[in-house]
Design a protein around this ligand. Structure first.
Ligand SMILES: NC(=O)c1ccc[n+]([C@@H]2O[C@H](COP(=O)([O-])OP(=O)(O)OC[C@H]3O[C@@H](n4cnc5c(N)ncnc54)[C@H](OP(=O)(O)O)[C@@H]3O)[C@@H](O)[C@H]2O)c1
Length: 212
């Protein structure tokens, strides 16, 4: 299955690195165009290529790795998803200006983020509305991305959670997670796994498990 990544920052570049480490092919994209990714793809090697957002979005599995506030800009106007798999790697947080004074009412100020209020809805429910017609899987969102380069750790495999409503789509993403060297755990439907793993308040968010 072909893989596309929209976003080449912390999540997108580290995911591409994890895939490159196993020789898995992917097309990575960002807002500035493929030329801006020459250094990254040169470093990652032949399995990772730079493309436009449209090229990455044409893959069988498309990982969305942009900040929450960038979703409209990244996803609006793309061709129909036609049942292809879209992985929601996002979290509903706003990244704060490190120079700005800390808001004492924000319990996450020390982490440099603020939770985005989505009311009673979980973020993948809202995310799904940006990719109508896609089979949405939540994955790659619950850990600091710096660990993605090290799937084998402590004599075991680092655990990545995933969830979604389509069994075949979930199996495809689960297989990719295993192929990349991680141990995948299927948390069930999107309404179950999404809230459990989403930052900042999901019960499994930031928990870094290793399957021995
Ligand atoms: N950082 C983490 O540890 C971590 C862990 C798990 C989940 N996440 C989630 O992953 C998402 C991305 O976080 P990040 O840390 O990777 O952010 P980041 O470092 O700021 O990277 C964001 C990327 O999105 C791209 N982008 C922005 N607007 C775009 C557009 N209109 N079209 C295409 N690409 C666009 C940017 O492109 P340019 O480079 O061209 O500006 C950049 O490459 C967030 O939702 C975050 O909550 C992050």
């Amino acid at each position: 299955m072909s893989i596309g990544i929209i976003g080449s920052g912390g999540l997108g570049s580290n995911l591409a690195r994890a895939l490159a480490n196993k020789g898995i092919s992917a097309t990575i994209s960002n807002s500035r165009g493929p030329e801006s990714l020459a250094t990254l793809v040169g470093e990652l090697g032949a399995s990772i290529s730079a493309g436009t957002v449209a090229e990455a979005a044409a893959a069988d599995i498309v990982v969305v790795a942009v900040r929450w506030e960038s979703l409209p800009g990244a996803l609006e106007g793309l061709p129909d998803w036609n049942g292809r798999i879209v992985v929601d790697g996002t979290n509903p947080v706003e990244f704060l200006d490190p120079e700005a004074p800390k808001d004492p009412a924000n319990p996450l100020a020390d982490y440099g983020i603020r939770a985005i209020d989505l009311g009673a809805r979980h973020s993948s429910e809202v995310f799904s509305e940006w990719v109508t017609g896609a089979r949405v899987i939540k994955a790659f969102n619950h850990l600091d991305v710096s660990v993605l380069g090290e799937p084998a750790v402590g004599g075991g495999k680092r655990v990545l959670f995933y969830s979604g409503n389509d069994a075949d789509a979930k199996a495809a993403v689960g297989a990719l997670i295993e192929q990349a060297g991680f141990s995948g755990i299927d948390l069930g439907a999107l309404d179950v796994g999404g809230p459990l793993t989403q930052l900042p308040f999901g019960a499994l968010a930031t928990h870094n498990f290793v399957k021995i």
